[in-house]
Ligand binder design. Structure first.
Ligand SMILES: Nc1nc2c(ncn2[C@@H]2O[C@H](COP(=O)(O)OP(=O)(O)O)[C@@H](O)[C@H]2O)c(=O)[nH]1
Ligand SMILES: [Mg+2]
Length: 223
């Protein structure tokens, strides 16, 4: 009982900071997504492929990169030319609203007057990040075709929290015994409202639909 009470208090305090972040992001005009998956699903690779296409389409984008250790992912994103701020949690398995708010303040001097899209790459973990609102407009879940069709059933909290789901590494499908339709059925059994985008950051397959979705969300946010 005491554990539940403490958890509620922590999440309540987090929600207050998340609400403040949301106001600050809105002042900048930014649509904000929070990308969540297990380590190795392809968040950073998808991000690299996404950023080039978004910038080419004229959108202004910035990134907050969460990791337990190292600036590796932030360096990969920095190489694309998009403003990025790293959050190294030093052990914590998720980003919270406070960490993201602080990272955004550090990022602010590098940002244009208005920003179309802020992308947060969360710490690789299928459980903890789904419980924390960081002030995003939506959580985006990623699951790769090498992880097994049952992951939405085993980790329902994330798939419940995310209405958009990217199925990554579809270029590998010919080499795998993987039932794509079963994965989609499992995602929808947890969240009937989920939109599923099959993508390959390596070959570019499916990227157009994903980019067009993001562009639409940014335009809606600005309008
Ligand atoms: N074949 C294939 N490999 C991918 C794809 N996306 C990512 N990877 C590989 O998956 C591994 C983990 O990718 P990374 O983006 O670092 O995952 P993260 O930990 O979720 O950020 C790397 O070896 C990537 O090259 C993809 O679309 N196709
Ligand atoms: Mg990464």
């Amino acid at each position: 009982m005491r554990e539940i009470a403490v958890e509620k208090k922590v999440l309540g305090a987090n929600d207050a900071v998340a609400a403040r972040n949301r106001r600050v992001f809105a002042e900048k005009g930014a649509y904000v997504i929070n990308m969540i998956s297990s380590p190795g699903t392809g968040k950073t690779t998808t991000l690299e492929a996404t950023l080039g296409r978004l910038v080419a389409s004229g959108l202004s984008v910035a990134v907050i990169e969460g990791d337990v250790q190292t600036r590796n992912d932030a360096d990969r994103v920095e190489a694309t030319g998009v403003p990025v701020e790293a959050v190294i949690t030093g052990g914590a398995c998720h980003l919270d609203a406070q960490m993201v708010g602080k990272a955004y303040s550090n990022l602010l001097p590098k940002l244009p007057e208005t920003l179309d899209l802020l992308i947060v790459e969360n710490v690789g973990n299928l459980v903890c990040p789904s419980a924390y609102d960081v002030g995003e407009d939506e959580k985006v879940a990623l699951v790769s075709v090498t992880e097994g069709e049952d992951k939405p059933l085993k980790y329902p909290s994330l798939f419940n929290a995310a209405n958009t789901c990217l199925v990554t590494k579809i270029d590998l499908l010919p080499h795998l015994d993987f039932d794509f339709n079963l994965l989609v059925r499992n995602i929808k059994s947890i969240n009937p409202n989920a939109s599923v985008f099959p993508i390959s950051a390596k070959t570019g397959e499916g990227m157009e639909a994903w980019i067009s979705y993001l562009g639409g969300r940014c335009a809606k946010d600005a309008g």
